[in-house]
Design a protein around this ligand. Structure first.
Ligand code: GLU
Length: 465
């Protein structure tokens, strides 16, 4: 049997890391089995669903590279089908109209609470004796009253729930619109989904969904309920913990591969391996090794992974991502070094691409002012003379070559009987405005002749002003 999984987000916000991990696990499982992965937008809640959120989800999936074989399907385009199945359930006696008003249900609830019972609908409309002509009824599913439901869960093992604990859930609202538990069942059935991988916040819905499937004579899928993701402080991950939107991680300078690698390890492990290529994730992923308990998000570890990826990925693969950040920071890269060369020069010292873009600004643009501390420390003593000498020799250099430039710096230090730092540091501040840059030969090469000469002159003028 070909494996078919799906990711079924409700478009009521951005794609958050919890959703992205669910999508990743579903995607990996399908890819590993040469199966199919479906994207389905669960937008039946019209008040909370927005187009902006749909776009954010699609954008997030694309940025992460979680490609889908079918979809996006939209539940709002499938209302006819839901109506048809609701009618079928009514016709076969597995669903009924419920005329209970809000007040009536509130009173029922209060009575149950006062008797210390679990509040639940008591099925008073089940037998059709409560018809009210001035009320638009909801439709409820007639849950079996006897027996039990068994969830075969690939993560948590078998879970048994007695039907006596479940009440008759609403499958269509008063306006006729179907509810989540019904639409999800019909969609998974129609779309041939045989593995439902989702957050364990849905686990209470699962027995209800299995009962609906049984009423429709449909074999339920296998389930895998993934434990929640917690923040560093042990509470459920939320905005309070900083970035939770996948696209915010892009803004913050993370590589999608690093985020995927981080997410795959969040609640799953393969020995003590930390770094996985996409191919390795697909090869080794399995539902049986998903943790049963919740996992805590650790931003430090994600940063560490991001740095590993920045350092070890093919520079050409990092280049478009850095370019995105350069554009985002308004840095025009037309006049300046190749972005790929900047990646190579800065990758050891940048934990994020946002940092890398900021650190490479001076290659493309003149800086406004010198870092105050750096200028104070390095533009003194013989600095002006050092820069003057460098300027003369750099100007005379026929070929702008890292090795030759480096040689000039060394020889100038020797000739003036200065430590290398007394030459290299004023030069660094002169050309970059700051005290820290990549190796001086690399920096000079990337910066190029005309910017270097102009900036040395500018520093000489600044010192002797
Ligand atoms: N639409 C549901 C949600 O976003 C997910 C439904 C499911 O995976 O079954 O929480």
């Amino acid at each position: 049997m070909a494996i078919k999984t799906r990711f079924a987000p409700s478009p009521t916000g951005y794609l958050h890391v919890g959703g992205a991990r669910t999508a990743l696990f579903s995607w990996l499982y399908a890819r590993q089995h040469q199966g199919q992965f479906v994207l389905r937008i669960e937008d039946t809640d019209r008040e909370r669903s927005t187009e902006a959120s749909v776009n954010a989800i699609l954008e997030g999936m694309e940025w992460l590279g979680l490609t889908y074989d079918e979809g996006p399907y939209y539940q709002t385009q499938r209302f006819e089908r839901y109506k048809e199945v609701i009618q079928q359930l009514l016709d076969q006696g597995d669903a009924y109209y419920c005329y209970c008003s809000k007040d009536e249900l509130e009173t029922l609830r209060a009575e149950q609470m006062s008797r210390k019972e679990k509040p639940r609908y008591d099925g008073r409309c089940r037998h059709g004796s409560n018809v009210k002509h001035d009320v638009r009824p909801v439709i409820r599913f007639k849950n079996p009253t006897e027996g039990a439901v068994v969830i075969t869960d690939c993560v948590k093992g078998d879970i048994t729930i007695n039907n006596s604990e479940l009440d008759d859930l609403i499958i269509a609202r008063g306006d006729g619109s179907p509810t989540y538990n019904l639409t999800v069942v019909i969609d998974d059935w129609d779309m041939g989904i045989n593995y439902v991988i989702r957050g364990d916040d849905h686990i209470n819905n699962t027995p209800r969904q299995i009962n609906i499937l049984k009423a429709l004579n449909v074999e339920p899928p296998r389930y895998a309920h993934l434990p929640m993701i917690l923040g560093d402080d042990g509470s459920r991950l939320s905005k309070r913990h900083g970035a939770v939107s996948v696209m915010q991680y892009r803004e913050d300078g993370f590589l999608p591969q690093a985020l995927l690698n981080y997410l795959v390890r969040l609640g799953w492990s393969h020995g003590d391996q930390e770094i996985f290529s996409i191919a390795e994730m697909i090869e080794h992923f399995d539902l049986a090794s998903v943790n049963v308990s919740a996992s805590a998000f650790n931003t430090e570890k994600l940063l560490w992974l991001n740095h590993q990826y920045i350092m070890t990925a093919e520079p050409a693969a990092v280049t478009p991502h850095l370019q995105w950040h350069l554009d985002n920071q308004g840095i025009n890269t037309e006049a300046g070094p190749a972005v790929e060369a900047v990646v190579v020069a800065l990758r050891e010292r940048s934990k994020t691409l946002k940092e890398m873009a900021a650190a490479s600004r001076y290659f493309y643009q003149d800086f406004e002012s010198y870092d105050e501390k750096a200028a104070k420390k390095n533009f003194k003593g013989e600095a002006a003379l050092v820069l003057q000498k460098l300027l003369v020799q750099f100007t005379a250099l026929v070929k702008w070559d890292g090795e030759a430039l480096h040689q000039i710096v060394l020889e100038t230090a020797q000739a003036m009987d200065l430590k290398l730092g007394k030459v290299a540091q004023p030069l660094r501040v002169a050309i970059s405005g700051q005290a820290a840059t990549p190796a001086i030969d690399v920096t000079l090469t990337l910066l190029g002749r005309s910017k270097t000469l102009a900036r040395i002159q500018r520093a000489i003028d600044y010192i002797s002003r």
